[in-house]
Each structure stands twice: as structure tokens, then as C-alpha cells.
Design a protein around this ligand. Structure first.
Ligand SMILES: C[S@@+](CC[C@H](N)C(=O)[O-])C[C@H]1O[C@@H](n2cnc3c(N)ncnc32)[C@H](O)[C@@H]1O
Length: 344
């Protein structure tokens, strides 16, 4: 998924920094506090670390439960007993005119005040049919929790591939683009086989930090004013499937309690310091780029209060939808601020 701030392309850089700064020797607990797509958590799980992964967004939590927490290949035993292959079954379903169709396709919205073209009619109704089927299997106990989250994670990934957006959901395109015109296909996502401990959370970092401890705390909070809840509102609705009240041209969710303090200039610094102060982890690594709303000097100042500080940096290709006209350079500098915490 083309996710704002995804660290997919710099995983080995994060790893190199850890090798240099932490020099891990034994099995350790790695916490990915702002996990998003879960790529960082998954990468370190594959390396054999015990994992704590968290994100405030429910669609991210579902992905973490589905593809990070699940260890062995899922068997779908009860479905298999009925000779049902989940993917053949889901891909073969006829569309249903449910919430996604009624609110985010042209066919579903043509009589309303706002016409929305996030998905073709066929794909929107297919998303509804698949989501409803997964829920039905769960209700009838034909799939267990792990299988349930895994299938929704696969649906989220598949829906994102056929979304008619430039990349995020704060707007849709006027004409259906080529990739959005293709029929949606639910594909199995890869799983790691390592059997390590994984704890997955769906909490505000400020609360969670008081309940956990470990060795490495990796922080990758939002770095600008772009909130994830509005940018990914449709994925959140597919995950929750809760028939929410929605508003305006883009149909964002009305109830919006997850605005991150890291997106607010006047709150981000306080929020970060609070997190570092309360962290019961020896090593804290913070990914932040040179265009983030917290100045680098402030981060350094905060971290130095709590122990030994070191900063690493690397050029990183800019996120696709950040290419607005007024921005000239096509890269950002990705810093990793490292702290060995002395005052724990
Ligand atoms: C820069 S993204 C992380 C990207 C992730 N490292 C990846 O590679 O996919 C920041 C994430 O922080 C989450 N977030 C924002 N505020 C949060 C908070 N207070 N507590 C927990 N998660 C939060 C957002 O939902 C978003 O997924």
C-alpha cells in the first residue's frame, strides 16, 4: 500500500542504525508504536524479535493482527472441511449493494447530493459482498479471530489497489483511472513463519506507553498536519463496517475522535516529550524527516534530557502525493534520532 510515511523502502536503513546504535545480542522486544502498514514490525519479527505493534487506526490494527500477529500459515480448517477455499469463494461472490456501494460508487450516489467515484460500481458492491461474507463466517464460527483479521487485511489491501484516488482518500478522481477499472481481486498476503511473541494494540500511544516495556522503542509518528483518519477514512470503514454517519463531498466519517496531536504544531512537541519521559525502554529510535513540524533541534534537546543521543540521516524519495507544485525537491532527509535512555 502506498501509505503516507511508510518505511517500506528504508527498512534496511533502520536495521543498520539498530545494528550500530543498539548492537543487539540476544532476543529482544521491539515495539513499533506507530505501526501503520506494519512493515517495520513484520521486518523485525522476521529477524526473531518479540514484537509489540500498535496504531490508533482500526484498519491498521486489523492489518497488524492479520499479517504480523499470525505466525503459521493459516489453515482455514473449518472452511476446508466444507471444501471451501476462502479466496476462490470470496473472489467468486456476486456484488451486494451495501454501505460502500451506496456511498462511494457513482451508481450508489447518483441520486444523492454528493456523487462519489471512489470505486467502480462493480468493485464497490464486491467489497460489500466480501466484507459481509467474512463477517458471516466469523459470526458462525467458521473462521477464528486470526483468520478473520487476515481476510479483512487482504480485503483492505485489494480495495486500496482499485481505489480511484491519487493515493489517499481525501479526494477521488473525476474519471476512473486504469487501475481502478480492473476487477478487484482478493489475494493472500504473505505471512512470517517465525514463532515469536506478538502483542498488538489499537491505542493512543500516550496511554499505551504507560502499560508496556521492552528493549527497543521505534517511533514513527505523523510528521505533518495530514491526519490519517481523513486520509484513509474508507479503509477504516471497510475494516469497521459500522455504517457510520458520513459528511460532505468526500464522505468522511463524522465521528472523528482520533485526531493525532502529532499533526498539531502546538501539541506535537509536548506529546513527544511525554512519550519519551514515560517510556520504559532502554533504546528509543525516532524516525522524522527534515520537513516535520517539530524542529530537529527540539528533538535533540528533548532526547538529550534523558540520556545519550545520536542522529543518523539518509535521503529518501518523497511520498507520491506530496509532490505539490510549490515543493521543489523530490526527496526528503529521513532522520533517525536515537536515545539510550539513562533515566528509565
Ligand atoms: C508515519 S505513519 C507510520 C508508518 C509506518 N511506520 C509504516 O511504515 O507503515 C504514522 C502512524 O501513526 C498513527 N498514529 C497517529 N497518532 C497516533 C497516536 N497518538 N497513537 C498511535 N498511533 C498514532 C497513524 O495512524 C499512522 O498509521
Amino acid at each position: 500500500m502506498n501509505y503516507i510515511g511508510s518505511k517500506y523502502s528504508i527498512l534496511s536503513y533502520i536495521d543498520e542504525v539498530i545494528e550500530d546504535f543498539v548492537k543487539p545480542k540476544k532476543v529482544i522486544t521491539f515495539c513499533d508504536m506507530f505501526s501503520g502498514t506494519g512493515v517495520v514490525a513484520k521486518y523485525f519479527k522476521e529477524k526473531g524479535y518479540n514484537i509489540i505493534a500498535n496504531d490508533i487506526e482500526y484498519f491498521s490494527y486489523v492489518t497488524l493482527k492479520g499479517i504480523v500477529e499470525n505466525s503459521d500459515e493459516l489453515k482455514f480448517e473449518k472452511l476446508e472441511k466444507k471444501r471451501i477455499d476462502p479466496f476462490i469463494c470470496l473472489n467468486g461472490l456476486n456484488g451486494k449493494k451495501g454501505f460502500i456501494y451506496k456511498n462511494y460508487s457513482l451508481g450508489g450516489t447518483k441520486k444523492g447530493k454528493f456523487k462519489r467515484l471512489y470505486f467502480t460500481d462493480e468493485n464497490a458492491s464486491k467489497i460489500d459482498a466480501v466484507r459481509l461474507k467474512i463477517e458471516k463466517w466469523k459470526k458462525k464460527k467458521i473462521i477464528d479471530d486470526g483468520e478473520y483479521y487476515y481476510l479483512i487485511a487482504c480485503l483492505i489491501e485489494a480495495a486500496d489497489k482499485v481505489a480511484n484516488t491519487a493515493s489517499v482518500y481525501e479526494a477521488f478522481l473525476k474519471e476512473i483511472k486504469k487501475s481502478a477499472d480492473k476487477p478487484i481481486r482478493i489475494e493472500p498476503l504473505s505471512l512470517t513463519l517465525k514463532n515469536v511473541k506478538c502483542d498488538i494494540y489499537n491505542e493512543d500511544s500516550k496511554k499505551l506507553i504507560k502499560k508496556i516495556n521492552g528493549d527497543i522503542l521505534y517511533l514513527d509518528p505523523p510528521y505533518n498536519s495530514r491526519n490519517y483518519d481523513t486520509n484513509y477514512h474508507i479503509l477504516e470503514t471497510i475494516a469497521l463496517y459500522d455504517n457510520p454517519k458520513i459528511k460532505g463531498k468526500t464522505g468522511t466519517r463524522v465521528e472523528d475522535t482520533k485526531r493525532s496531536n502529532y499533526c498539531l504544531k502546538n501539541k506535537a512537541i509536548i506529546e513527544l516529550e511525554d512519550l519519551i519521559k514515560n517510556a520504559k525502554f532502554r533504546y528509543i529510535l525516532l524516525s522524522y524527516n527534515d520537513e516535520g513540524i517539530i524542529p530537529i533541534s527540539e528533538i535533540e534537546k528533548i532526547m538529550k534530557k534523558y540520556g545519550n543521543y545520536k542522529r543518523y540521516e539518509k535521503r529518501h524519495k518523497r511520498f507520491k502525493s506530496d509532490n505539490s507544485k510549490e515543493v521543489k525537491k523530490n526527496y526528503t532527509i529521513e532522520y533517525i534520532h536515537c536515545l539510550e535512555k539513562i533515566i528509565v
